[in-house]
Write a protein that binds this ligand. Structure first.
Ligand code: PHE
Length: 346
């Protein structure tokens, strides 16, 4: 038979226990014991029917008061424990608010692009503007107008990719752009020109550590009334020192190209060994960076200029080659391999 005294003592006990609870688990157990379906207070309320009728109302009233009071105390305690546990987790450093955020990966410029931009900047400061010629050329401009007529043995120096349209090919060098630039900027052979012509070139080659079937070139062309070989040598030397270092020596070797006369090859002191000799320069101490020469009179004529009044110089350099030299890259095939382990180093 439940009694009021018993109810009060359960209440006192429950309240005392609750005030000492500090963990969520203990709180749950407490709730089950007093307020749950079979909890002591719940059962007391259910047993109202067994109580003497004259005490029944008072008991029921009090039991409800106790149930509400404990319920409110429970909620309060629950919130306090939640706050406490949160504070503890933070204190234990499970969330380290000082940890830097994840970096967002950004792309980088291809090493060849970086070299190209360096080349553009140096030539821009010397007054050369960029002229973009076409990748798909006609045989006429790629060869014939450059003083390489059909069946000329010099054609063997450049084999390329042919399209299904006869006479339409992928350019083997940027030199055909010389003729196009002369027509576009020369105003019928009356205006001087200073341009560089960067772009992709294509050759039918066995791919190896040293040669690829597609690569960039940067052509240069200066046409004027009084341009001499010394202008070519001085200008290229200035470029090479800006590109590779102010103390680097430059040398010119006689060579042959059908579209320049005389023709030369440009070497820079090896950037790796400083001219002492190493595997990179094949123990010569020199690295070849460009072909060049004075524009052949036939080419000037094909560009609309009178070679008796006008002269010019031209050069063609390979940015991939320069990148190889600048960074000591052992194999040209890395440039097209699309391997991030290689690309992310630049
Ligand atoms: N076009 C030549 C080549 O591809 C390089 C060159 C350009 C030489 C201009 C002289 C003048 O080999």
């Amino acid at each position: 038979m439940p009694s009021l005294e018993q109810l009060e003592s359960t209440y006192t006990q429950a309240a005392a226990e609750l005030s000492k609870i500090t963990s969520g688990d203990a709180l749950e157990a407490w709730e089950r014991r007093y307020l749950g379906k079979k909890g002591e207070i719940t059962l007391a309320l259910r047993s109202v029917g067994q109580i003497a009728p004259e005490e029944r109302a008072a008991f029921g009233k009090r039991a409800n008061e106790i149930k509400n009071a404990l319920g409110a105390a429970y909620s309060e305690r629950e919130e306090a424990i939640r706050q406490h546990e949160l504070a503890q987790t933070l204190e234990e450093g499970e969330i380290d608010v000082t940890l830097p955020g994840r970096t967002i990966p950004t792309g980088g410029l291809h090493p060849t692009t970086q070299t190209l931009r360096k080349i553009y900047n140096i030539w821009a400061e010397m007054g050369f503007q960029v002229y973009r010629s076409r990748d798909v050329e006609d045989d006429e401009t790629n060869f014939t107008l450059l003083n390489i007529p059909p069946h000329h043995p010099a054609r063997d120096m450049w084999d390329t990719f042919h399209t299904t349209t006869p006479g339409v090919i992928l350019r083997t060098h940027t030199s055909p752009g010389q003729v196009r630039a002369m027509h576009e900027y020369g105003e019928n052979g009356t205006q001087p020109i200073r341009v560089i012509l960067p772009g992709m070139c294509y050759r039918y080659e066995q791919i190896s550590a040293r040669s690829e079937i597609q690569f960039n070139q940067v052509e240069g062309l200066a046409v004027g009334r009084n341009i001499r070989l010394t202008d070519l040598k001085g200008t290229i030397s200035a470029f090479a020192r800006r590109m590779f270092g102010p103390d680097k020596r430059v040398r010119f070797r006689g060579s042959y190209f059908p579209f320049t006369e005389p023709s030369m090859e440009v070497d820079v002191e090896c950037v790796l060994c400083g001219g002492h000799g190493c595997p990179m320069c094949k123990y010569t101490g020199w690295l070849e960076i460009a072909g060049c020469g004075m524009v052949h009179p036939v080419v000037l004529e094909n560009g609309g200029y009178d070679p008796r009044e006008w002269s010019g110089f031209a050069f063609g350099m390979g940015p991939e080659r320069m990148t190889i030299l600048l960074h000591g890259i052992p194999d040209i095939r890395y440039f097209w391999a699309n391997d991030l382990r290689f690309l992310e180093q630049f």
